[in-house]
Design a protein around this ligand. Structure first.
Ligand code: ZN
Length: 427
């Protein structure tokens, strides 16, 4: 979609649109991010100017490649899920939460099973992103955590006013937004499925997404057509600075999502269209519009792609606005039953790898004659265990080529200490 320079106009149109775009068939409100933006700017009008200058700063940085962000870096964001429930039925299971983490890791890596549904004409533009997700292993106080916390509330339902993000209004407070990606799961009012908050230089303790409990994950309480976890994929797209693919211009062709490889599109899409789909902005020939993009409103089973341009915009925006979140180590377990890091050092290479990875225990003095080496996946499931004798200076090669592409962890431990490092397997 073409990039226009009148950023403030676009913002104003988007906010004034008051577009709780209600699904004309099924009723639920697919996304209330723009309404939430309206709420934020009503509370603090100075934000409008900040958002405008943020967008200019981002576009300038991207045009100069100032952030030097290419497709080569991978950031694993530690996620905390705050489950706020009034009824037991809203208190979703750990399995439902894990299923959402799995979806995010698939969708943001373009490892989703339905990439084959992307029309051939759009496949060259389809892209993995630089982001992966784990449930946090270390809490803000340095203690072990599951990355999930729960609170029973007296609040019947929450709206886009962010009450769910504050303990005093019946919700749960964010964990440090510079180190954790915060997700709140609750009952949202008015059929809202979710909303996200755009990143900004004005850091807030409300940064993150709020998702309705029955549109979160792909198992448990979810039901069609919002049963594949794509509500969170869409809302986190907003948190990484993606706009709606049609440019939020109320049906016109002048609005922009600031991404050049998404076709100009008039309005949001509902249900599931057949390719090619045309509207007033595309004309009646060619590839049509990209209704299967995660930043449209199509049903979950119809969404399957981000574009190269979107991936680039996300990488640059997050590098600019939330750099410390990208390097947070809260995915890793608490280091050491005792604290002896100088006696417990090892390197992993190559990383990422195709599955053959070397573990160089170049400095493991004073820790005894053997250590245990454990490889686990993102869910904490152990996929390999070995005992290494005389580890100091030892290099061993692990063959993990039978495993899926993704993020894994290697922990080396003895009776007193453990240390964990993460690595990535690519296809
Ligand atoms: Zn949205």
């Amino acid at each position: 979609m073409k990039i226009i320079k009148c950023l403030l106009l676009t913002l104003s149109v988007a906010i004034a649109r008051n577009g709780s775009a209600s699904d004309p068939v099924n009723g639920p409100v697919r996304c209330s991010t723009m309404e939430h933006m309206q709420h934020l700017s009503a509370e603090n009008p100075a934000l409008l100017q900040i958002w405008q200058s943020d967008e200019q700063m981002l576009q300038q940085a991207m045009s100069q490649n100032a952030l030097n962000r290419s497709s080569s870096f991978i950031s694993v964001l530690p996620v905390v899920v705050h489950v706020v429930y009034k009824t037991n039925g809203q208190n979703i299971s750990d399995a439902q939460i894990q299923s959402q983490i799995d979806v995010l890791n698939e969708d943001f890596a373009r490892q989703n099973a339905d990439t084959t549904s992307t029309p051939a004409a759009f496949r060259p533009a389809a892209s993995a992103t630089n982001f992966r997700f784990c449930l946090a292993q270390t809490d803000p106080f340095g203690n072990p955590t599951t990355g999930i916390e729960r609170r029973m509330t007296t609040v019947t339902s929450f709206s886009t006013n962010d009450d769910v993000k504050t303990y005093s209004s019946g919700g749960m407070d964010a964990w440090d937004v510079n180190r954790y990606f915060n997700i709140w799961v609750c009952k949202l009012s008015g059929g809202i499925l979710g909303y996200g908050e755009f990143p900004s230089s004005a850091h807030t303790n409300t940064y993150g997404v709020v998702i309705n409990y029955d549109a979160f994950g792909r198992t448990g309480l979810v039901s069609p057509p919002y049963n594949m976890g794509r509500t969170s994929t869409h809302e986190i797209g907003h948190c990484f600075n993606l706009k709606h693919i049609w440019g939020d211009d109320g049906g016109g062709c002048t609005g922009s999502d600031y991404v050049t490889d998404t076709p100009n599109q008039s309005s949001e899409t509902y249900g599931c269209r057949s390719w090619p789909a045309y509207d007033a902005c595309t004309g009646s020939s060619g590839n049509g519009y990209m209704y299967m993009n995660y930043m449209d409103y199509s049903d979950d089973n119809c969404l399957n792609m981000f574009t190269v341009g979107q991936a680039t915009r996300m990488a640059n925006a997050m590098s600019l606005f939330y750099p410390t979140l990208l390097t947070s180590t809260a995915c890793e377990s608490v280091n050491g039953l005792g604290d002896s890091p100088d006696d417990f050092r090892f390197n992993l290479y190559p990383n990422p790898s195709s599955g053959i990875i070397n573990v160089d225990m170049f400095y493991m003095q004073n820790i005894g004659e053997h250590v245990k080496l454990t490889v686990t996946d993102l869910t904490g499931r152990s996929i390999m265990e070995r005992i290494v004798h005389n580890p100091n200076g030892h290099i061993i090669q692990l063959d993990l080529t039978g495993n899926n592409a993704g993020i894994y962890f290697i922990t080396i431990s003895n009776d007193n200490y453990n240390k964990t490092q993460r690595f990535m397997i690519t296809n």
